[in-house]
Design a binder for this molecule. Structure first.
Ligand code: FES
Ligand code: FES
Length: 150
């Protein structure tokens, strides 16, 4: 598969999860895990440019696919606009959920830079933050819209 723009070949068992292969065999550590059952959303990645919970995907299903994680959107050491907005708005404490939130928010704003507050909430509703609370996260994404509007 292609991971963050780089072709990667890895041997997997037929029951191995994309999440575990990314983290443990390819060392993509921005992809977090907490539940392994599709509930927390912390393992969200883009699979062929669609957000998926990587604990719900067998690694074999990603054979030949394009996988992107939060690292992909950092160019020449520069964070993506929505990632910067998270910092400006204090939208993180421990940061454990931040890769998933910022990845999903970036994906949304690239496709819908005029997303309403309700649309943002709906889009991010599958991801759980255990410490910051959602107010700052939603505000960070709302404020980042200006960077995605042409
Ligand atoms: S680890 Fe995948 S949804 Fe929680
Ligand atoms: S910032 Fe800690 S889980 Fe969200």
């Amino acid at each position: 598969m292609t991971v963050n723009g780089e072709r990667r070949a890895v041997e997997v068992k037929d029951n191995e999860l994309l999440l575990d292969v990314l983290r443990d065999k390819l060392y993509v550590k921005s992809v977090k895990a907490a539940c392994w059952k599709g509930e927390c959303g912390l393992c969200t990645v883009l699979l062929n440019d669609l957000p998926v919970k990587s604990c719900m995907v067998l690694a074999m299903e990603a054979d030949g696919a394009d996988v992107k994680t939060a690292e992909y959107f950092i160019k020449n050491g520069e964070l993506a606009p929505v990632q910067r907005s998270f910092i400006e708005h204090g939208a993180l404490q421990c940061g454990f959920c931040t890769p998933a939130f910022s990845l999903a928010a970036h994906h949304l704003l690239q496709r819908n830079p005029n997303a309403t507050r309700e649309e943002i909430k709906e889009y991010l509703s599958g991801i759980i933050c255990r410490c910051t609370g959602y107010k700052q996260i939603i505000e960070a994404v709302e404020d980042a819209r200006k960077y995605y509007q042409k």
